[in-house]
Design a protein around this ligand. Structure first.
Ligand code: ATP
Ligand code: MG
Length: 730
């Protein structure tokens, strides 16, 4: 644009010169043809004035023209310089040589005597001296060598400031520099440099280099020069970008080539008609090794039809869909069956790349793995319980059929899931805690646990969890087996109960032996002595005395009989053979006559019987009720040796009848109260009061047969209260 404008101005000035010349010729013609003399004189005078005026104008125009001519020439030179520079930079093979050219040409063109370049190091964030440079005289080479030792940081010296500001900087005289000077300042001064300029090379707002020029004279800033060098810098910037892109492309092409060469596969370029375009032989000898004859031949000519046909189909499909096609084939090589994988990838328009790989090893390995998996599955499924494998995150990796059956799940519902997906949160947390323990300790964990079925029945499991190790002996998961041991548990419990019963029976027997040896001995001794006395002295004795001994014998026999009855009764009760026959019973009448019977046997005690009702009929077993009340009332009498009042209260409630028997006797120590209902148990405070310890056991059995309950409340030396509650069944 600038050049065109100047051309126009030049043309206008030429026109102006021509017009002036015409005016000159005209005035001279006028001079030759004018009349008379005076007229001629005055006319000459006026013409001279015009001429002088025109000459002045002409000279002025000529000067302007000359000045503009200089400008024009300079502009032309600049344009030429930039054109040559562009060409030279464009021909440079790399950035460094482009810099070299630029520095030299700028110096040549502008008259600067020294040019250098500083390159930012992105890692260290400092400017380093570029090997590219230019100097007019060889003496300046030493300055260059010394300058190589320097670096500039951001804002430091001309290069550092230009780096920071991203704008050119002109210094008229560096020796006049401000006191804040850079390290290289002394060197610059010694060399004698005066004017200096720094210009940044910027690409995409990033400073790629800074060009610095010096000269020996001080020089005012020449904006035009700065513009020219800046234009060069812009060209260098775009060249760098271009070169970098080219470099990246070259390196990616080289990388691709290196990658392709490193591939163990056979690579075949095939066109859409199925002809081989090119190939890269495989590194694996078991793959076919194509020779140069290969190129230009059709798939079907080179490969057997069982490979060529599917290959051709895949080529067509890959080109039609743009998607990679894969197929496998097999062939005998040296009498060994080998497997090949063909991958057909679209590589260009109407062309595919077939990547052929020998996958025999992988295939065999896979088969081995599958076989091992089948074996593992068989083992797992053969385990007569649930079995599983979990990873270190407690996710199920494998489970057996029994486990799936037990939880009524499908394999896909379990594999990859955790216990939280299968069980209630509490149970899941427990399972995962167990896993974590095994994972952290490396110890096998064994435990029994139970869960409850929906029908309320218990299911017992015996679980064993073991860590799984990898080849580096690191724990990578757990394996677990859980057996249903409900049946075993039941048998164990039954056996335990049977043993307990057995033990109880044997204890009962031994207590019976102890009791009989003691309790039978006294009445037997009485019988024996009375019988012997009667044998030897009956003829001397009065009838009364004889009768007294006969009564003693009878009473001892009765006592023994009642003792034996009690033993038989408790035996029957223990064996579960005691019968329960509830019949309507006039309860108040029954109790009153019982109290009367017992009252006769004691004078020291007073039995007070009280009932809310006058008459009441209840459906109870009379025999059993007699055992209950007789025993409790006779105990109340027996264990109140000082005598006293015995209260017997009968209380009716809606569905039950309550018998309360309360005495003021010796009481029962607290710690022994709950054992009194066991056969042969007697409290430690009975002293010489005789008894077998069977009464309360019979009472308890009789109460239980009625479906009732008995409680005792007693305090030593204060008294005892037994409360029997029987349900009314009618
Ligand atoms: P028997 O078989 O002849 O009844 P026993 O009276 O000793 O003998 P239980 O009636 O079973 O046996 O009573 C067991 C024990 O309970 C008694 O030995 C006695 O220690 C204690 N006992 C029962 N009733 C009373 C009571 N009213 N006051 C104090 N102790 C009592
Ligand atoms: Mg008793």
């Amino acid at each position: 644009m600038m050049i065109v404008d100047r051309d126009q101005s030049l043309n206008q000035q030429h026109k102006l010169v021509k017009q002036c010349n015409l005016v000159d010729a005209q005035s001279q013609a006028d001079l030759h043809h004018s009349h008379p003399i005076t007229t001629i004189h005055s006319s000459i005078n006026s013409n001279n004035k015009i001429l002088e005026q025109r000459i002045v104008e002409l000279e002025k125009a000529n000067k302007q023209l000359q000045a503009e001519n200089i400008d024009l020439r300079r502009a032309e030179e600049e344009v030429l310089f930039l054109q040559r520079m562009t060409q030279a930079i464009g021909e440079a093979t790399d950035f460094q040589s482009a810099l070299e050219i630029a520095l030299r040409k700028v110096c040549d063109f502008t008259g600067w005597i020294f040019g250098e370049a500083w390159i930012p190091n992105p890692k260290t964030r400092i400017l380093e001296y570029s090997p590219a440079g230019y100097s007019v005289s060889p003496e300046l080479e030493q300055f260059r060598t010394l300058s190589q030792q320097f670096t500039f940081s951001l804002g430091d010296g001309i290069p550092g400031r230009v780096w920071q500001s991203k704008h050119p900087e002109w210094i008229q005289d560096v020796s006049d520099a401000s006191p804040v000077v850079c390290q290289r300042y002394q060197l610059v001064k010694e060399v004698g440099f005066k004017a200096g300029v720094g210009i940044p090379i910027i690409n995409r707002n990033e400073v790629l280099a800074i060009l610095v020029f010096f000269m020996f004279e001080a020089y005012e800033e020449d904006q035009r020069l700065v513009e020219i060098i800046s234009t060069v810098a812009i060209q260098l910037g775009s060249l760098i970008q271009h070169k970098q892109a080219e470099e990246a492309l070259r390196s990616s092409v080289a990388t691709n080539r290196a990658l392709i060469n490193a591939l163990p596969d056979l690579l075949l370029r095939i066109n859409k008609e199925g002809y081989f375009v090119n190939f890269k032989a495989a590194k694996n000898e078991s793959l076919i090794i194509p020779d140069s004859n290969f190129v230009g031949k059709h798939l079907c000519e080179v490969l057997s039809s069982d490979i060529a046909l599917p290959a051709m189909a895949c080529v067509e499909k890959a080109l039609a869909t743009g998607e990679t096609q894969v197929f496998e084939s097999q062939a005998y090589v040296d009498n060994l069956l080998r497997y090949y994988e063909f991958r057909i990838v679209v590589s260009a328009e109407n062309e595919v790349m077939a990547i052929v790989r020998d996958v025999t090893e992988t295939k065999l390995f896979l088969e081995l793995l599958q076989q091992q998996e089948r074996q593992l599955k068989a083992i797992l499924n053969n385990i007569p319980g649930s079995a599983w494998l979990k990873d270190s995150e407690s996710r199920y990796i494998a489970v057996n059929e029994p486990l799936l059956k037990l939880f009524n799940k499908k394999l896909e519902d379990v594999v990859g899931k955790t216990d939280y997906d299968l069980f209630p949160p509490d149970l899941a947390q427990k399972c995962i805690n167990d896993d974590r323990e095994v994972l952290s300790t490396g110890q096998r964990k064994y435990f029994e646990e139970f869960s409850t079925n929906p029908d309320g029945s218990e299911v017992w499991f015996e679980t064993i969890k073991t860590p799984i190790y990898n080849e580096n002996n690191e724990i990578i998961g757990t394996t677990g087996i859980a057996y249903d041991i409900t049946e075993r548990k039941r048998i164990e419990r039954d056996t335990f109960n049977a043993l307990k019963k057995e033990r109880e029976l044997s204890e009962l027997k031994s207590r019976f032996v102890t009791m009989t040896s003691h309790e039978f001995r006294t009445p037997l001794a009485t019988i024996l002595s009375s019988a012997e006395l009667l044998e030897h002295y009956s003829h001397k004795w009065s009838d009364e005395k004889k009768l007294s001994h006969i009564h003693k014998i009878q009473s001892a026999v009765n006592h023994m009989t009642s003792l034996l009855n009690d033993v038989l009764l408790i035996g029957k009760a223990e064996a579960g053979k005691l019968e329960f026959n509830p019949q309507p019973l006039e309860l108040i009448q029954f109790c009153s006559s019982l109290v009367e019977e017992l009252q006769i046997s004691t004078a020291k005690h007073q039995i007070i019987f009280q009932a809310q009702e006058q008459k009441l009929s209840a459906c109870l077993d009379e025999k059993l009720l007699r055992h209950i009340l007789t025993n409790l009332l006779s105990n109340a009498i027996k264990y109140s040796p000082q005598g006293g009042v015995i209260h017997f209260d009968l209380i009716f409630q809606k569905d039950e009848v309550i018998f309360v028997i309360q005495d003021e006797g010796i009481g029962i120590p607290k710690s022994e109260q709950n054992q009194l209902f066991n056969s042969f148990h007697r409290a430690s405070n009975v002293g010489i009061i005789s008894g077998t310890g069977l009464g309360l056991a019979i009472v308890k059995k009789s109460v239980e047969l009625h479906g009732g309950k008995i409680v005792v409340d007693s305090e030593v030396n204060v008294g005892t209260t037994f409360t029997v509650t029987l349900p009314l069944h009618n």
